[in-house]
Design a protein around this ligand. Structure first.
Ligand SMILES: Nc1ncnc2c1ncn2[C@@H]1O[C@H](COP(=O)(O)OP(=O)(O)OP(=O)(O)O)[C@@H](O)[C@H]1O
Ligand SMILES: [Mg+2]
Length: 232
């Protein structure tokens, strides 16, 4: 069984049918990349996984249990970490406080895992800085570290390369690969930066107008000319 099993999910914003029978899976040790042009429903899909928007039909299974009725808090506690599009770090809180927010459902006094500073050394030097004073790339690293703080089994990331300088994109790619290669985490990565996505993909899913129009192993993306499907 897959760690995450999404089956035939339909979602509406008012009268607009946004997600149409979307199915996908994510496995421990693998990166599942979700590709698609602007407005096709990628963020809506991730919000549905996190419980931030309700689904109309279909099912979401995580770690052997149905979670589609669970609150976002319950899903976080069950082991889903979310890095939202645009990062949404707390600008007026310090780096340390932002990381502590990632531990909100853990017992009080749970320390920030030292490992986060091995993954993102820059955060260690900036613990006392306000989130809003960090560069875009540093904020993205902070958002990922915050999502990792509680030790999720599934990490979902919404366009982590958006507006980030190339050297930090490289670092983020390395961290994502390393986390997956440990084998105890599944990663769902929404991306529009095709080369980054292809390099990381163990599995890929392409969406168009709320539907999955192609999917398969990452190793087949070139042969199937997936780049063409998502070219802007
Ligand atoms: N809160 C909302 N209320 C109504 N419609 C919405 C809402 N959020 C998104 N939509 C619409 O749902 C569709 C899918 O949006 P979504 O943000 O999921 O796309 P996306 O694939 O993440 O796009 P992008 O690549 O630009 O981030 C779009 O048509 C969008 O206008
Ligand atoms: Mg989006």
């Amino acid at each position: 069984m897959s760690l995450l099993e999404v089956k035939d999910v339909n979602q509406f914003y008012g009268g607009s049918h946004i997600l149409r029978n979307v199915s996908l899976t994510a496995e421990l040790g693998q990166v599942t990349v979700v590709l698609g042009r602007n407005g096709v429903g990628k963020t809506t899909l991730l919000k549905s996984l996190m419980g931030l928007v309700p689904i109309k039909s279909g099912s979401i299974g995580f770690d052997g249990k149905a979670i589609d009725k669970a609150t976002p808090y319950e899903r976080a506690r069950a082991g889903i970490g979310f890095v939202p599009q645009g990062r949404e770090i707390f600008a007026r809180l310090t780096v340390q406080e932002n990381l502590q927010m990632g531990l909100a459902y853990k017992p009080g006094g749970t320390p920030i895992p030292a490992e986060l500073f091995e993954l993102f050394p820059v955060l260690k030097q900036m613990l006392g800085r306000r989130g809003g004073d960090l560069s875009g790339g540093q904020q993205q690293q902070l958002a990922i570290a915050r999502a990792l703080a509680a030790g999720p089994k599934l990490l979902i990331l919404d366009e982590p390369t958006e507006g980030i300088q190339p050297n930090i994109i490289k670092d983020i790619g390395k961290v994502i690969r390393m986390l997956a290669d440990r084998g105890n985490m599944a990663i769902v990565l929404v991306e529009q930066y095709y080369d980054f996505a292809e390099e990381l993909a163990d599995q890929y899913v392409v969406m168009e107008r709320g539907e999955v129009i192609a999917s398969g192993p990452g190793s087949e993306m070139q042969a199937k000319n997936i780049r063409q499907l998502v070219a802007i």
